[in-house]
Design a protein around this ligand. Structure first.
Ligand code: SF4
Length: 239
């Protein structure tokens, strides 16, 4: 009987750990400040021009940044909207082979460039459009989902859309936040709780990526983590 009671207590405790979550996102800016102090500004996105940034956002789908860099190096001076618009699909695919899914991505680059042509490849003309309208246009392009669209909006078009990726979910869940299921719900709840400032948006996403690589890895390295003092996983409140 004693054993059974202990087991029931254990189960109740585990259930409490799993369901005990932060109720609001009000302290998200504290997380931002701690990460910024620990890692410093990341100055994202790593690209020389807004167009290169947009190309990188497509190439990075389902692969590591190292492979994207190889593809970008390989493109060299051909990394222009004029070249991508005119290049045969196969030739373009060969150039970006290292990024994986290269045929699909070559087509996506052409789709993106076709969209950009309506702004005569002029980033300022595109930036003059409202963010929501640009987002709808980007999401209508075959092969561009919310994460890629929001990366382009935030880092090339200077629009306030927070980028959500798997790292964002992993870190926020461990910190103890109750996360909405869908991409857009989570994006909006974050946007409602952080400063409406382009640098904050750009840096925060980049800092989360850095944190996911340095400390909050698949098996977290909690020792000396810059946010361990406010992390519910570290405190044993969530599993
Ligand atoms: S304390 Fe551990 S689980 Fe929490 S954010 Fe840091 S690395 Fe992740």
């Amino acid at each position: 009987m004693g054993g059974m009671a202990a087991r029931q207590n254990d189960q109740a405790e585990i259930k409490q750990k799993v369901t005990c979550k932060r109720e609001t996102f009000e302290d998200l800016m504290d997380v931002y400040q701690l990460l910024l102090e620990a890692y410093g500004p990341r100055h994202w996105w790593p690209a020389e021009t807004p167009f290169e940034m947009m190309v990188g956002a497509i190439l990075t789908q389902n692969t590591t940044w190292v492979n994207v860099e190889k593809a970008i190096r390989n493109m060299g001076k051909r990394l222009t909207s004029d070249y991508i618009a005119a290049a045969p699909l196969e030739e373009l695919g060969e150039l970006i082979r290292s990024s994986g899914y290269f045929r699909q991505k070559a087509q996506r680059l052409k789709n993106l460039t076709e969209w950009y042509a309506q702004y005569t490849y002029d980033i300022e003309k595109a930036r003059a459009r409202k963010g929501e309208a640009l987002r709808a246009e980007l999401l209508a392009i075959k092969g561009i989902g919310p994460e890629t669209a929001d990366s382009i909006l935030l880092y090339a078009l200077d629009k306030l859309f927070f980028v959500i990726d798997a790292y964002t979910r992993r870190i926020l869940e461990r910190l103890g936040y109750t996360l909405p299921q869908t991409y857009d719900e989570l994006r909006m709840v974050i946007e409602q709780n952080i400063l409406a400032d382009l640098t904050v948006y750009q840096e925060f996403h980049a800092l989360l990526v850095e944190h996911a690589k340095r400390h909050c890895t698949k098996e977290p390295r909690c020792c000396a983590c810059p946010v361990e003092g406010i992390c519910w996983y570290r405190q044993g409140k969530v599993t």
